[in-house]
Design a protein around this ligand. Sequence first.
Ligand code: AMP
Length: 651
Amino acid sequence: MGGIQSGQVDTVMREDRVFAPPAEFAAQARIGSLAAYEKLWNEAAADTEAFWGKLAQELHWFRPFSKVLDWQEPFAHWFVGGQTNVSYNCLDVHLGTPRQNKAAILWEGEPGDTRTLTYLQLHREVCKFANVLKHLGVAAGDVVSIYLPMTPELAIAMLACARIGAVHSVIFGGFSSTAIAERNNDAGAKVVITADGGWRRGAQLPLKANVDEALEKSPTVKHCIVLRRLNNAVHMHEGRDHWWHEMMDGASADCPATPLDSEHPLYILYTSGSTGKPKGIKHTTAGYNLYVKKTMEWVFDLRDEDVYWCTADCGWVTGHSYVVYGPLSCGATVLMYEGAPNWPDEGRFWEIIEKYRATIFYTAPTAIRAFIKWGDKWVDKYDLSSLRLLGTVGEGINPEAWMWYHRKIGRERCPIVDTWWQTETGGIMMSPLPGAIPTKPGSCTRPMPGILPAIVTDSGQPVPDGQGGMLVMTKPWPGMLRGIWGDDDRYRQQYWSKVPHHYLAGDNARRDADGYYWIMGRIDDVINVAGHRLSTIEVESALVSHPDVAEAAAIGRPDDLKGQAVAVFVTLKSGVPNEELKRELKAHVRKEIGALAVPDDVRFTKALPKTRSGKIMRRLLRDIASGKHQIGDTTTLEDFSVLASLQKDEE
Ligand code: AMP
């Protein structure tokens, strides 16, 4: 297949398994058949603006909008002229309804302490904290950085900002003082909210100390609010630092939500790249709110009695859209957990599911591969019969990991929603609708209603079904990013220049004959072997289908003859890391997907280097495999010891 058009990718993977939605699930689902999904999708595609305009009536409007979309490519203005408030749509709308006294948040701390907040109680806390912010001079449009552990106060702080029109910038609690300062300065943050610490795998995170260091280099920050989580002695800077509980003590619980323009900024979220300098992705009010609410309903087929658990931290977009704004807009009961999945032991997640009778469980493939590696014995100790739906997000899921999730956690009765989306897209773009779309392991299946993807070459030509190419969106959607904070040029350049008039996702994908999408990895990660362009995910999935392999990362390293050779890094769940196993793995890849993809190098490692959000850092592995000493920026690495041992390996 040499000489294919630029931007195309070859596919070598075959996956024929198909799982229909379970009959009882489909019978009660909002969208209960493929035909119903297709009807809705077609109706939306025929007139996307009319479609979104009609759905937008579900939000509360202080002032109705006069126009659905004003599109000045690449800048979108949705629901022009309207005024709403995301905090109002998440909280106030449920007051005076049977949801008023329903649990909004069921929280479990890592040491086992617990809290429950009903919608009424959450509303009260949010109003009080919004008044605290106002008292410190925070006004609509001001930026507030939030650097908190996964406690209810993290959601309270976000919702309080949204209530008064302050723009929040949540910074994941694992980031360093340098990363905090960089984000404060880029956004011009006025206030930072943090804690005296947080729990992670039994250890205490020194959040306040990190903030103190960052604030030496953050001239725009005037105030710092400190939550008491650990009762640790921390340095309180006179005049600048305030205890959360002291400020809340005197605060009034009366704080009506501010009517905000549809395009008022809601938050900035910095994407920690596996690929370069963080960018502040900007999301705004009405369109984002509508998009996360509708996708929450469609993808999770949410019902009032659900106990919904998304394991993401609010430091990532998944935590914004599917821990806070999506589920609360729908009046869901959200389970929130502070700590690590393997503390005090590897059964913690399953223990939590049993304890709260969780019905929906949404997690990342990196976690699923860890569960597989830890062994079934942890799962077997607990009763998971409350579960009715499973989800994944963040990376592609290897079909064999999907099968384990399906059998072991879902007991072959829970549909799996493999959700493809990005920080930039605001919400889920492609995913099975669990009562309607049959699933295929490894495919995110079909687009959401109102979402029109395409797969194209470099020059924007459509690629035939079955062939890989660049994934783009051909129409704006309400949840899309509105830009990169303070950098319109970079926004245009990154997302709107390579393929004219389309949003460039930066991923490769292919569509099969059933119209199903298969994500093939980042465009920059394609491996080019003798003119054949291979997808990282396909090679990795072939390796993960070997019984000894827990996780794999495939990259291309320079090769004089072939241009690039395939190099793979493998972690094992069983077997001995020796030459024989290397030979066996090569033979396995040859059998699964063919000679072309057989790795030249197989390297065993204890763990793979990952970003803090759990994505494999292929860029770094490429540098290591090609023997470069300069390994680039590593501040987003989860575990430096992994990097160190890989480097040592190299020398
Ligand atoms: P982030 O913005 O950090 O959430 O990362 C978004 C990227 O994660 C996407 O562009 C994909 O490369 C990857 N990703 C997220 N979800 C999926 C999925 N379900 N399947 C494959 N890749 C995914």
